[in-house]
Design a protein around this ligand. Structure first.
Ligand code: ATP
Ligand code: MG
Length: 359
């Protein structure tokens, strides 16, 4: 490290941890030391995923970031250090160019949750943002209806030129109303009503509806592992997830043709690490596109509500994906670079009893 980079490393206000090809901690900055409640000397050489109890299959994802040399972003992950309550964090892991096999991990504790200062459940920051937005949506609707009504009344006595303006008020108000409806829909999401489901049936339904609608300009390719066992999910909610991902992939090309690959496979390595154990998440679905990749300035926050890189995007598509998948005890992550973006969803398998359950 040069002196300048060392200064940067020392004063970086977010916990940063560097670890090697064997996932052993090489370096941790002072923020990380206070986050871990341990000195660098104490943690150096220790397995990084033992020092941090991360509520996500992060070790496997880290291996992928290393193999593919692409950065990895995960949001709203509970990270525990063994002391106190776990903290909800956004995590970024990236390869280090000059140190083959080494990865750098940045942890961003969620400020909103901290600021509210209460003991909050998992994924709380996103939830409370949505709660506030819902309240706001409700409050905005009534005055907006008043404004629209008044504009319509006004327009009756106006000449054509001025009517254009009142029409604008009405059409823009409608757009706001549609956005508010989406926000409310988000808040009203019910707990999943699960059944044993063949994931390929859902993917097929999503693919068909995409191919005649928003993804008509795209080539949709199936790459399924037909032997995949059933998963335990709410079919309608999962369908929404796949549609949102396909829609984003189709929109990413900006109207030019492209290819979207729907891939499924069984991955025994992926486990959800929790404090006190881990659960397997073997069923993996990937939606892969060959578009330009996530805009770098929003890449770290795409799963947050209201983060959008599109002119008319509401930024709720991926927030909904993240919420639905976490309600299913599953996991979603994204690897993205120019020419290849992969949204990867990992889901639990339906148990024998669940598969036999008659509904
Ligand atoms: N496959 C992708 N390739 C490139 N960028 C993507 C991809 N998927 C998402 N993004 C980026 O992430 C942003 C957030 O996506 P999200 O679905 O949450 O919101 P949105 O598409 O902007 O709006 P909405 O889905 O609510 O209509 C998008 O605006 C886009 O910039
Ligand atoms: Mg979207």
């Amino acid at each position: 490290m040069t002196e300048a980079t060392n200064d940067l490393w020392q004063s970086l206000p977010v916990p940063a941890i560097m670890f090697d090809a064997g996932d052993l901690i090489v370096d941790a900055n002072p923020s990380a030391e206070s986050f871990l409640n341990a000195s660098l000397r104490q943690v150096q050489g220790k397995p990084v995923f033992d020092a941090l109890a991360i509520d996500a299959p992060v070790d496997e994802q880290a291996r992928r970031a290393r193999d593919d040399q692409t950065p990895l972003f995960m949001n709203n992950v509970d990270v525990g250090t063994g002391l106190g309550a776990p903290v909800s964090c956004n995590i970024q892991i990236g390869p280090l160019q000059d140190h083959p096999g080494h990865l750098l991990m940045l942890l961003q504790p969620q400020v909103l949750a901290d600021r509210l200062g209460r003991a909050m459940p998992v994924k709380s920051a996103a939830k409370s943002a949505i709660g506030m937005a819902e309240m706001l949506a409700h409050e905005i609707k009534n005055p907006l209806a008043g404004i629209t009504g008044a504009a319509q009344l006004l327009s009756m006595n106006l000449g054509a030129d001025d009517q254009e303006l009142t029409d604008l008020i009405v059409s823009e108000s409608r757009r706001i109303l549609a956005l508010l409806a989406q926000v409310e829909h988000f808040g009203n999401l019910r707990p999943p009503d699960c059944a044993a489901v063949n994931i390929h049936d859902l993917l097929d339904r999503a693919r068909k509806s995409a191919s005649v609608g928003f993804a008509a300009h795209m080539r949709l390719v199936e790459d399924y592992d037909p032997s995949l066992p059933p998963t335990w999910v709410d079919g309608n909610q999962l369908l929404q997830v796949f549609l949102n991902l396909l829609k984003n992939a189709a929109e990413a090309t900006g109207g030019s043709p492209g290819t979207i690959r729907l891939r499924t496979y069984y991955d025994t390595a992926l486990r959800l690490r929790r404090q006190g154990g881990s659960a397997p998440l073997p069923l993996t679905v990937e939606i892969i596109d060959d578009g330009p990749g996530l805009p770098p300035e929003i890449a770290a926050n795409v799963f947050d509500p209201f983060v959008s890189g599109r002119e008319n995007g509401t930024g709720l598509g991926l927030a909904l994906v993240s919420k639905i998948i976490s309600d299913h005890d599953g996991w979603v992550s994204v690897d993205s670079g120019p020419g290849r973006t992969v949204f990867r969803i990992s889901l639990p398998m339906a148990s024998k009893a669940q598969q036999d359950e008659k509904r």
